[in-house]
Design a protein around this ligand. Structure first.
Ligand SMILES: Nc1ncnc2c1ncn2[C@@H]1O[C@H](COP(=O)(O)OP(=O)(O)OP(=O)(O)O)[C@@H](O)[C@H]1O
Length: 248
């Protein structure tokens, strides 16, 4: 089932057309959005999260074409989003913050306490649920961000640079969580770390200058490289080769 469908999608960031003509068909699974700084990853994620309205093109999420206020409301209830810069109230406890976000997503009140408990457990913060956010490490706050994104068991989960600030053990736990979620969720993860893609993603979307340079499996990305390319492993060499070819 196609969860995210885009044709000729163009999205502005300020004056620049940061996403400049992208076609997408994403099903359940983990999709890594990879690309150098400024490629347009965050702008694409913001458009999928319905934060930015496309300048032109078609965008359908969960079978609903985005446009009317009603369509946005319907879709927002079924997506989870961790922005790159995620704002929070330091005085909230972990539980209060995730509850508040569940409420903003218009979850039914009776479902909220159980859903919050599950989300906080899944990110490994069960024993910190009553601690204030101001007392947590940066990596733990990132995990709270992931908890708020998954609390409504979204059908599309959008995570912008979710592994920034996570230590190696946290990264491994996070990848396991993605794998678990991917069975019945379309997970889109933006990163500039090729290793995140290698370890956790089924499909890769390589972006540069607002366009998609490559879309396919991690093995196909690896196959695009040659031994003369820059990179420590086949995936990095594939990544460099595709960016080099596009620059020529
Ligand atoms: N608010 C803005 N005003 C003007 N230009 C912007 C704005 N936001 C982004 N841009 C520009 O749009 C382009 C794409 O930015 P975007 O943040 O989507 O890229 P990115 O791939 O997420 O980069 P990074 O890996 O550095 O986060 C960049 O050239 C950036 O400078």
């Amino acid at each position: 089932m196609v969860r995210v469908h885009a044709v000729g999608l163009r999205v502005r960031a300020g004056r620049r057309m940061a996403v400049d003509g992208i076609d997408l068909d994403l099903e359940n699974g983990v999709h890594g959005v990879l690309g150098p700084n400024g490629a347009g990853k965050t702008t694409l994620m913001r458009a999928l999260a319905t934060v930015l309205r496309p300048a032109s093109g078609e965008l359908t999420m969960l079978g609903t074409a985005l446009g009317s206020r009603e369509s946005l409301r319907q879709v927002r209830e079924r997506i989870g989003y961790l922005p790159q810069k995620f704002g929070y109230y330091k005085r909230f406890t972990v539980r209060e913050f995730v509850e508040y976000m569940a409420w903003l997503k218009q979850m039914p009140g009776v479902d909220i306490p159980g859903a919050v408990e599950r989300a906080v457990e899944r990110v490994g913060l069960g024993d910190r649920a009553d601690d204030k956010l101001s007392t947590l490490s940066g990596g733990m706050v990132r995990r709270v961000g992931i908890a708020q994104a998954i609390v409504n068991e979204p059908a599309v989960l959008l995570l912008d640079e979710p592994t920034a600030g996570l230590d190696p053990a946290e990264r491994m736990r996070f990848r396991a969580l993605l794998r678990e979620s991917a069975e019945d969720t379309c997970v889109v993860v933006s990163t500039h770390l090729v290793e995140d893609v290698a370890a956790g993603c089924d499909q890769v979307l390589l972006m540069d200058k607002g366009r998609v340079l490559f879309q396919g499996g991690t093995d196909e990305l690896a196959a695009a490289g040659e031994s003369s390319e820059v990179g420590d492993n086949p995936l990095e060499r594939g990544y460099s080769a595709l960016l080099d070819r596009a620059a020529r």
